[in-house]
Structure formats: C-alpha cells, structure tokens
Design a protein around this ligand. Sequence first.
Ligand code: ATP
Ligand code: MG
Length: 398
Amino acid sequence: MNQSLFDGFLIKYAEIGVKGKNRYLFEDALVNQIGHALDSVDGEFTVKKESGRIYVEAEKKEYDYDLAVDALKKVFGIVGICPFIQIEDKGYEDLSKQVQSYIDHMYPDKNFTFKVNARRSRKNYPLDSQELNRELGSDLLDAFPQLKVDVHNPDVMIHVEIRPMINIYSLVIEGPGGMPIGTAGKAMLLLSGGIDSPVAGYMVAKRGVKLEATYFHAPPYTSERAKQKVLDLAKLVSCYAGPIQVNVVNFTDIQLYIYEQCPHDELTIIMRRYMMKIAEHFAREDKCLGLITGESIGQVASQTMHSLAATNAVCTMPVYRPVIAMDKQEIVDIAVKIDTYDTSILPYEDCCTIFVAKHPVTKPNLNVIARSERKLEEKINQLVQTAIETTEKIVVGQ
Ligand code: ATP
Ligand code: MG
C-alpha cells in the first residue's frame, strides 16, 4: 500500500432540514454509515464528530486512498469529501512552509490560479482570517512565481482552517447527496432481475430509507443463475443502502394455478396482484412502512395507468414508484452510474416473461379481474401460505 499524502477526509454534508434534535440523528447515522463503508477498506480509520463537522482520520498514513474515496462516494448524506492534511500549530512560519509543501506535492505543474481561503475558528491565533489569506498568498507567490491569484474564479481554492489543529485542503470530491441510511425507516423493494427495480431501490434508499427486498422466482422455469443475478443486484445496491435481507419466494405453484384457472390475457395483472400481496405480508412482518417497485408508466402492458391501478388496488401500504415518470434511457443512465446495469442486462429468464400472454390486457377492469380471481378460491390461500412458509431469507452486503 502506498503512503497517502492525506491524514484523512473532512466530510461535508448538507444541513438543510437537520436542525435541532434531527441534526444529531442525522450526524450519528452518518458517522455509523461511514464506519460501515470503511470497514472493507485497508487502513485504520476513526470517524469523529467534532464541532459540527465529521472527520475521517486515518490512524496511519498507509491506507488505500482510492478505495476509501470510492467507499465514501457511496455513503448517502455526504455532499463533499475533502482529503486533508492536519498539522499542529507551530507558528505562522511553519504553517506557511507546510502550505507550500502541500501545494508542491499536490500540483507538480504550477500553471494555475489560486485563492487562499483561511478561517480562524480559534480566536487566539495571532493573525486573523484576512491577514492569513494575504500572508499565505504572498508567500506562495514568492515560492512559486508561476502561480497567479484569482479571487473570483480560482482554479484551486486552498482552504486553511485554524482550529485546535490546522486543516489544509483543496480538493472537494462530490458525494452522493441524500440522507444517511436509517434516518427514514424501512421499505420493501420488489426486486426483479431487470434494470428498473434496482434503480428504484437506490433512489428511495438515497432518502435515508433502509431496504428489504422480495424476489419471486419460479423454478424450474427460472434458473438458479437468475436467482443469483438478483442476489448480485441486491449486493450492488447494498453498497449504498447497507445490508439487505432478500426474501426469495417460490412462486411456481401460484403461477401455474393462475395459468390453469384464469384467462391468459389477465395473467400478468393477477400475478402482479399476488406479488404485491405477498411482498406486503413480509413488509408488515418486518415493520416496513411502504413498498417500492420499478414501475414506469406505459413501459409494458402491465404498467399502463389502468394496469397500475389494478395492481395497486390490492395494496394497503403506500407503494413508492420512484421511476414512474422516467424514460427508459433516464433509468439506464442511473443504472450505469450505480453500476447495476451490466448485471441487469445479463440474459436470464424472468418469471413474468415465461407465463406472459401474447396479447395481455392493457385496460384491465377491476370487476373482471375480481371475477377471474374467484376461480382461484379453492386453493390460492393455501398456496400463498406455503409460498410464505417456504420463503428463503438471505442477507447480502454484511
Ligand atoms: P425491472 O427492470 O425492474 O424488472 P420491468 O420493466 O421488467 O422492471 P415488470 O417485469 O413489469 O417491469 O415489473 C415491474 C416491477 O414489478 C419491477 O420493477 C419490480 O419492482 C416488480 N417485479 C417484477 N417481477 C418481479 C419478480 N420476479 N420479483 C420481484 N419483483 C418483481
Ligand atoms: Mg422485470
């Protein structure tokens, strides 16, 4: 492992909506999530909350800088990651030397404009913020004559913070934004192997919601590989959302029974209604406050406004559909960004496509659907009960 220049990272987070008591919940959750994210990174880190700031301090300079940054880029709630060096206060001369040496290491090519942005939070420091800006700026120009000052639009903003210790940083790496996981309750994601549902889960998790997932598979019509693909997707989402319990429901007998008893053009809708009911059962059992799907208006027959209404009618919990008004390409763009796309497009069969009718209804009528579902009365409750009892629960991303 290389020695990193930086002593750690100063974490910037948006403070909107996190005033008063909520602020502590927000910060504590953020500290926890950062700790969890760095668990898998080589190095020893301490995450500290200190006077309205969060610091990640590397105990030793040997740590995997790139992996640490990658991990922090996946922690919701962070808006900026600033790799910093921290020095003791040994007087102005020493500070000026340290700033010069930092700039020299960071920017071998000195052909840029800069501005010093000093902040004296400790009032007993002999120079105030303005004096520091001036003195440090002029010392830098003496040391590196190619540099130029630009106070309005500098290429490099050099931050110097005088606290008990002194922080120096000039990089601000963009974080994912959002709210820390665990600050907004839990929801149940209906996770298929497609492109849309992992993105939907990511989007809701970004608002601080912890995820649980339910996947319906139909062996032997759907393979072990199709199931593994869904678990892999859950694992990728968990890089952002933290550990996810995936409930793998064996849906084969329910699908076959619907296939036997009901008109084939209504199969998808009826199947989807049972998926929602079963997902809601687990959601209630595990104290989720809502369901999440990757539905988008008009994408397929089962996602017309009429079909969505028919599916929604069986749910008593709120159903969150974050990609409802997005075009496929917009969803794909997010899938690429969060790294689920390549897994999503692996060509394994899906339980919905196997039993799909050639001409599914696009304007299902609730009364008609209810009449068809009456043909299931004899066995369906028992089949649902068995599906629930035989569900396999797998936790990914621990
Ligand atoms: P996706 O890309 O998410 O698979 P899709 O365009 O294939 O979406 P549908 O197959 O109609 O759409 O499914 C709509 C939504 O229903 C999915 O986004 C997902 O939330 C849920 N869903 C579909 N199939 C399953 C399944 N086998 N297990 C769990 N949820 C599913
Ligand atoms: Mg699908």
